[in-house]
Ligand binder design. Structure first.
Ligand code: SF4
Length: 397
């Protein structure tokens, strides 16, 4: 994106924390037993993710969603599509989520018994169906069953379809934009153009950073690092600071195997970032301080697909790598009138189903386990760094 080199940021000297395998396994067991800290039994929040479309302007090399441009712009009828489970391997339903299905999703979320509600727009690139992004938010805000409850929208986007006019259209809504960015030109090598040339896409993303900062809409940069960029945490952090990103969340890509040196580089980089930010936060918030996320592949969130089927979200964000998980991660459909609160699976149950489903795919199961162990290690080093810096009790190990 920006052609000028990103200034290098150097953290104060520190000794990196390197958890042992036994410590990681213990932490993973604790997390599974505790269940999702965000949407689990003890949480006050219910969140619903919406698969608006499988169309996207880009094809990022680390993206595991089964993207397609077939039937883009056509609304799926919104009832379970027989073709999805009609063959030996599940296939995605074609078309986008229609207005009626979007409304039924919100009607379902509003049956939640919880005090806080959140809707996350996901894809593909949700902004490819902009009218639906705006329509579903307006419908939810004025919903008769909302009963004054706190409501938030999280809008996941690659930014290519944003414009000052579009941002002005949603500026009055309680929305937070999760802008998926990979930093400078070197970091953005994982971005692949598809519907438009990659340099045009990167330029559009760069423009969007400025428009967002001028718009008053809350936003943060979500940086997902694949294994080959495991050592680039500080690059993403420095770039974010150099272009005026207001808040940053660093994540790791899943569905691929991380080699031990890549894991070490990533975890050391996370600690460098935390140490630097502790000493010099500048104007930027770092969401990783409050890292309560589930180990990514076993995310506790649920999602509605374009055909109204309800899944644990890993079924869709891993659908190219682990299509077989779809069947065991399916919870029903909007047609089933399920209760909202309590329909999701616990992380323990999800892990049990994953092991069963991937039993015949040794490499796949190894990758999955390695990915959730990385999530546990990420959690451990974050908590231990916080404890070391006196930011909160955290975990010492
Ligand atoms: S922008 Fe998002 S949905 Fe599109 S290819 Fe990249 S990761 Fe996948």
């Amino acid at each position: 994106m920006t052609v000028s080199p990103t200034p290098r940021l150097v953290p104060p000297p520190f000794e990196p924390i390197r958890p042992t395998d036994a410590q990681v396994d213990t932490r993973l067991r604790q997390i599974l037993k505790r269940d999702s800290a965000v949407v689990g039994e003890m949480a006050s929040l219910d969140r619903l993710m919406l698969m608006l479309t499988r169309s996207c302007d880009l094809r990022c090399s680390y993206c595991m969603v089964d993207l397609t441009e077939d039937a883009f712009g056509t609304d799926h009828p919104g009832h379970p599509d027989d073709r999805v489970f009609g063959g030996p391997v599940p296939v995605p339903p074609l078309g986008d989520m229609g207005e009626d299905t979007l409304r039924r999703c919100i009607d379902w979320l509003m049956t939640s018994t919880r005090d806080k509600l959140e809707v996350q727009m996901f894809g593909g690139e949700p902004a490819r169906r902009w009218e639906h992004v705006v329509g579903v938010m307006r419908y939810a805000v004025g919903h008769p069953q909302r009963r004054g409850r706190e409501l938030m929208f999280l809008f996941t986007t690659n930014g290519v379809q944003l414009s000052p006019e579009r941002l002005a259209e949603i500026a009055d809504l309680p929305v937070m934009i999760q802008f998926s960015l990979d930093g400078d030109l070197q970091g953005s090598r994982f971005r692949r153009g598809h519907l438009l040339d990659v340099s045009a896409a990167l330029e559009a993303m760069q423009d969007a950073v400025g428009w967002l900062n001028d718009s008053g809409v809350r936003w943060f940069m979500n940086a997902t690092l694949p294994p080959s960029a495991g050592g680039e945490v500080m690059d993403r952090y420095a770039w974010a600071r150099s272009v005026g990103v207001p808040a940053l969340q660093v994540n790791y890509a899943t569905g691929m195997m991380w080699k031990p040196p890549q894991v070490t580089s990533f975890l050391d980089g996370v600690q460098e970032m935390l140490h630097h930010h502790d000493a010099d936060p500048g104007e930027m918030l770092l969401f990783n301080w409050n890292n309560q996320a589930d180990p990514v592949p076993l995310c506790g969130d649920i999602i509605v697909d374009v055909d109204g089927r309800i899944y644990q979200v890993g079924a869709l964000f891993h659908e190219r790598r682990f299509p077989v998980l779809k069947r065991s991660y399916e919870l029903g459909s909007l047609d089933d009138a399920l209760p909202f609160t309590g329909t999701r699976l616990s992380l323990l149950e999800l892990w049990a189903r994953t092991k069963q489903e991937l039993a015949a795919d040794r490499k796949g199961l190894e990758t999955f386990l390695q990915n959730i162990r990385l999530g546990a290690a990420f959690d451990l080093v974050t908590r231990a760094t916080k404890a070391r810096l006196g930011r909160d009790p955290g975990d010492r190990f």
